[in-house]
Ligand binder design. Structure first.
Ligand SMILES: NC(=O)c1ccc[n+]([C@@H]2O[C@H](COP(=O)([O-])OP(=O)(O)OC[C@H]3O[C@@H](n4cnc5c(N)ncnc54)[C@H](O)[C@@H]3O)[C@@H](O)[C@H]2O)c1
Length: 388
């Protein structure tokens, strides 16, 4: 704290850095296996309130309670309904009310046991209760494991804007157990694969090659086969995400983020579809369109673009939806420009594993968008409904 005097009045200045430090652990053994100490070590010595969702509770509630009992943990479990349409401030406040009901103190902990919606709600509630209490994540979807539970952002949709209200709050710890993916429907496995493909396209050509070789099998097997490839793909995607987040975790050092690939058109697409499109599906369509834009701008070679599109086809990822009208795409770019403080910063691939930014909104003209849509159309547009 420094002190100085200006115009005769004392002026005090406080400068501090918010430091975040946490680990994301990929389990070797199931997290709910009684011999796996990960959850017990995290929860020992504090009261925990585990927030989960109906499907996850039905599938894993009994095993969770068995684990909590076997380790004599002071933990309660509450089930809330948490679909994308319920990602609202009311749902976040419901979690806060449960924290109050169970009398969580400043050193106690909320735990998100579910998909990305569950972790977004729990993070925001953890930021609100007593101005901030600890939380941890035990993600059960692929999007949760490689993305939503890995970073610091929590949020809810508000007044026709996705994630308009939210927080940056670091978790105490994140436990990733790929075994949960065995019960995840293929549609959501594809959604998670879209986020992994995002990391590969912006950062890692080797990861892309692995997706090319094993992606369809990973989806078909619920990420259980080949086991070592599944673990590597998840672990690598998490590590890349954390490397990208670390230098700018509070996004106060610039609003150009490679991890925003697939996230410029997609929020408005999700919203305009009434959340019929899943997050990962909208991200996939956005990545396909942004890649086509990159070809139109002469930034991406056609050969690379065709390789990308072949992976989309092999993974059965959508490249288009009826919601992608010019009005919606224009509105999406305006939203993103506002969100990024005046610059569009559209992320486009320039080769497999490398990307750049189209900075200005004006660069992405209607004509460029129309040409990109036409290029996607030549590949044969694939919508969500046409997938097996
Ligand atoms: N905060 C962030 O940084 C961040 C990053 C990426 C995505 N997100 C958010 O995450 C959300 C999408 O996450 P999602 O795809 O996990 O959706 P989700 O949380 O809605 O879960 C998808 C579905 O999977 C079911 N499910 C969860 N685990 C299961 C399991 N193991 N077996 C069977 N079914 C299971 C759920 O019941 C749900 O129906 C979006 O709201 C998105 O905005 C946030």
């Amino acid at each position: 704290v420094g002190r100085c005097f200006r115009r005769g009045y004392p002026l005090a200045r406080l400068t501090c850095k918010l430091i975040a430090s946490y680990e994301v652990e990929v389990c070797e053994r199931s997290a709910l296996d009684l011999t796996n100490p990960a959850i017990a070590q995290l929860a020992k010595g504090r009261r925990s309130l585990i927030i989960t969702t109906p499907t996850v509770h039905r599938l894993y509630g009994a095993a969770l309670r068995r684990y909590l009992g076997a380790h004599s943990l002071d933990a309660r479990v509450e089930v809330i309904s948490a679909g994308e349409r319920e990602k609202t401030i009311d749902s976040a406040l419901r979690v806060c009310a449960l924290a109050k009901k169970h009398e969580l103190g400043r050193r106690d902990m909320l735990v998100a046991f579910g998909g990305g919606v569950c972790s977004d709600l729990v993070k925001l509630a953890a930021a609100l209760v007593r101005r901030g209490i600890p939380y941890a994540c035990l993600p059960t979807t692929l999007i949760g494991q490689v993305d939503a539970a890995v970073g610091l952002k929590g949020g809810v949709n508000y007044k026709s804007s996705k994630n308009y209200l939210g927080c940056f709050k670091a978790p105490l710890h994140v436990i990733v157990d790929p075994a949960f993916l065995a019960t995840l429907p293929k549609r959501y496995l594809r959604c998670g694969m879209a986020e992994i493909l995002k990391m590969a396209l912006i950062r890692d050509a080797d990861l892309f090659s692995q997706i090319e070789s094993f992606g369809p099998l990973l989806i078909a097997s619920g990420f259980s086969s080949p086991d070592e490839v599944a673990r590597h793909v998840i672990g690598r995607s998490i590590a890349l995400m954390m490397e990208e987040l670390e230098p700018n975790i509070y996004e106060d050092r610039g609003l150009q983020r490679l991890v925003d690939f697939g996230h410029s058109f997609s929020p408005r697409m999700e919203l305009s579809s009434g959340y019929r499109l899943q997050h990962g599906e909208a991200v996939a369509i956005d990545m396909a369109l942004s890649s086509a834009v990159a070809v139109e701008f002469g930034l991406l070679r056609r050969g690379d673009y065709e390789r990308i599109m072949a992976v989309f086809e092999a993974l059965n990822l959508p490249t288009h939806d009826d919601v992608c009208t010019m009005d919606v795409l224009r509105a999406a770019l305006s939203d993103s420009t506002k969100h990024r403080a005046g610059n569009l910063n559209l992320v486009v691939p320039i080769a497999i594993g490398t990307a750049t930014f189209v900075v200005n909104r004006e660069q992405v003209t209607d004509q460029a968008l129309q040409l990109a849509l036409r290029r996607l159309g030549r590949e044969g547009l694939r919508g969500v409904a046409q997938r097996s």
